[in-house]
Design a protein around this ligand. Structure first.
Ligand code: ARG
Length: 628
């Protein structure tokens, strides 16, 4: 506690002293800024998750972030869609090679495959001329005041500084031939005042962060307010002198260390924002370890993979979907302590010059097919407060199924959609497929409820690396037989649980639910479906030395061990619910030493590790929530 205060005081002191000395004592300022940034770097050190960095995550890592609508997620990486996989609905756009594309998505997926083709303007191709960006009055080729020539506009124009942030600066640098984007957004350098004060108008620009040319960003025009009102940039070159501690991006770019985990994509590949234990002020921490800018909170678009950035939002007025005319809180990136206060709020009208492709991107996203899974019918959403080991009611666990062998429930299973049920490998044998029955919507095996349905089994697929002695890869799929002359499986009261595609959806200490017809602690028989709440547990090898395989297994239990799975629960679900109320099958009941002993938590198959295996067998479209 005390320590934080000292650091904060020091920060405050530094801020004010830097501000006061700025201009007058140039040298003094530099030292103070330097000290400040090293303090920031120390604070930063604690925010970055070093172990996570080894995975080299980028904006293309779909275990951390969503793919663009013109991409799809395959084996943890966003890959280019083929244009025909884009939604048809939309208006045409024109590319730099003067070709017309039916929609923006078609062009972007074409560009994804052939990066030399870029967006030029909305509408059909005409002879309205070129788009380009120039740097002016700089000492080197990589810095200067930014000017843009828009298609359909006669003159090059300056960009207003108030709208200028890292997203915009990075894109401008791409246009200028610097693939690693910008280093600073407001680099100071000398130029004579009268060179630009002649111009009375500047362009407000807003980019969404996915663009490859400024032509895709939204432009409007407004009056210039002062000599300091124009956007400048220093583009990144590999020889850039950072003169302080740096963070190494996956793409090789080096950025000042204190700019990691601040919600701003400085790296261009986003690698500075994907392994964060916490986030700096002005940014929001997704549970998956990703920092997003505060402006993305409650903006109507889900950014965190578990959706928490769009929960508890006030109402439609908070969910503005269009571009902000004024951006007030842009993080200053030159370490020169410029704050939003430096930019007066812009209230005068602006004239919109280009279409907002960010809005178009969102529209395309909303047209993509949506997967139905993990959402209970509203009348069955249980009360929030849960005790444990309670009998379930109809509709509470609509994905739960029972595997019946020789008239008895031998194991549990999880319905994941289509004709597919997920279970533990140790529960089933391929050769016995014809002997199993799968009961769906079952609650009580003595007093049968009318919704219960019996299904025959078409085939059983056991993981090829299942090891019966170590219980590694304890996972299997059961395909249900379709009813005569029917194309689909009918499981009327069942709802599939979602299959997790990322290991970052849930973390240790999260509360999840187990359910099954397995035995009670004293090995009492159970006739009706029971459920209980357990916590995800980290460091499980402490409990099971040499028996626990981190990558493939996960542990869950309660402090006193009072809630646990037991004999007969195997193959059943450990489900976790995301902040936006979607239920995932996070684990499959697999093994454990005894039942209900706090020193021996239950061990579950880590389903997220098998997403690709499952989708290979059941088909990607059945379980892919995003961008099939
Ligand atoms: N292997 C057991 C079964 O076949 C499940 C054991 C789970 N045990 C536990 N303590 N969580 O049903």
């Amino acid at each position: 506690m005390k320590c934080t205060h000292v650091v904060l005081l020091f920060l405050c002191f530094c801020f004010s002293s830097c501000e006061a000395s700025y201009g007058k004592h140039q040298k003094n300022k530099v030292t103070n800024t330097h000290q400040l940034s090293s303090v920031r770097a120390i604070i930063q050190e604690e925010k970055v998750d070093k172990k996570c960095l080894l995975n080299k995550y980028t904006r293309r890592s779909c275990s951390k972030v969503f793919c663009q609508p013109w991409e799809r997620c395959v084996d943890g990486t966003c890959v280019c869609k083929v244009p025909y996989q884009c939604p048809k609905n939309g208006t045409s756009v024109c590319s730099t090679n003067k070709k017309r594309y039916p929609t923006y998505c078609h062009l972007k997926s074409f560009e994804c495959l052939h990066p030399q083709t870029k967006f030029l303007h909305n509408g059909t191709c005409t002879d309205e001329g070129k788009f380009y960006v120039t740097l002016n009055y700089g000492i080197t080729d990589s810095e200067g005041i930014v000017k843009v020539k828009l298609v359909g506009q006669e003159q090059e124009m300056f960009i207003c500084r108030s709208s200028w942030g890292m997203a915009e600066a990075n894109v401008a640098c791409f246009d200028l031939g610097f693939p690693q984007g910008a280093l600073h957004t407001q680099k100071r350098f000398h130029f004579s005042e009268d060179l630009h004060t002649k111009s009375t108008e500047c362009l407000q620009v807003h980019c969404g962060g996915f663009e490859t040319t400024l032509a895709e960003c939204a432009f409007s025009k407004r009056r210039v307010q002062g000599s300091q009102d124009l956007a400048r940039v220093l583009c990144y070159t590999p020889d850039a002198d950072l003169a302080r501690e740096s963070f190494q991006c996956v793409n090789g770019k080096r950025i000042p260390a204190e700019r990691a985990c601040d919600g701003v994509n400085d790296c261009v590949d986003q690698s500075d924002e994907l392994c964060c234990k916490g986030c700096q002020d002005g940014s929001f921490h997704c549970k998956s370890g990703v920092c997003i800018p505060n402006q993305h909170k409650c903006n109507g678009e889900v950014d965190c993979i578990t959706g928490e950035d769009e929960v508890g939002c006030k109402g439609p007025e908070a969910q503005e979907g269009s571009r902000p005319v004024t951006v007030l809180s842009r993080a200053s990136h030159d370490g020169l302590l410029e704050t939003a206060a430096g930019h007066p709020e812009v209230q005068e009208e602006t004239e919109i010059l280009t279409e907002d492709m960010d809005t178009e991107r969102k529209r395309i996203k909303s047209l993509l097919p949506k997967l139905f899974c993990g959402v209970r019918r509203p009348e069955h959403s249980r009360r929030k407060r849960i005790v444990g080991g309670k009998p379930a009611h109809m509709g509470d666990f609509p994905w739960q199924v029972a595997i019946i062998e020789e008239g008895k429930i031998s194991c549990g299973g999880i319905y994941i959609g289509g004709c597919w049920v997920l279970t533990a490998a140790h529960c089933v044998r391929s050769s016995r497929a014809h002997r199993y029955q799968i009961w769906s919507s079952l609650i009580d095996r003595i007093r049968l409820n009318s919704e219960a349905l019996i299904h025959q089994v078409e085939r059983v697929i056991i993981h090829d690396k299942y090891n019966g002695t170590t219980y590694q890869n304890d996972i299997a799929l059961i395909e249900l037989k379709k009813h005569l002359s029917q194309k689909q499986c009918k499981l009327s009261s069942s709802i599939p649980a979602c299959v997790p595609w990322s290991p970052y959806l849930f973390q240790p200490k999260d509360r999840c639910i187990i359910s099954g017809w397995g035995r009670e602690k004293e090995h009492k028989k159970v006739f009706s479906l029971q459920w209980g709440e357990v916590n995800l547990i980290s460091n499980c090898s402490e409990f099971y030395p040499n028996r626990y395989y981190e990558k493939e297994m996960l542990c869950a239990g309660t402090d006193d061990g009072s809630i646990d799975a037991c004999q007969g629960d195997s193959g059943g679900p450990l489900t976790c619910v995301s902040r936006n109320n979607v239920t995932y099958v996070w684990g499959i009941v697999s093994w454990g030493e005894n039942c209900g002993k706090s020193e021996f938590p239950g061990v579950y198959t880590k389903v997220a590790n098998y997403f690709d295996w499952i989708s290979y067998h059941v088909g990607r479209t059945l379980i892919s929530q995003h961008n099939v």
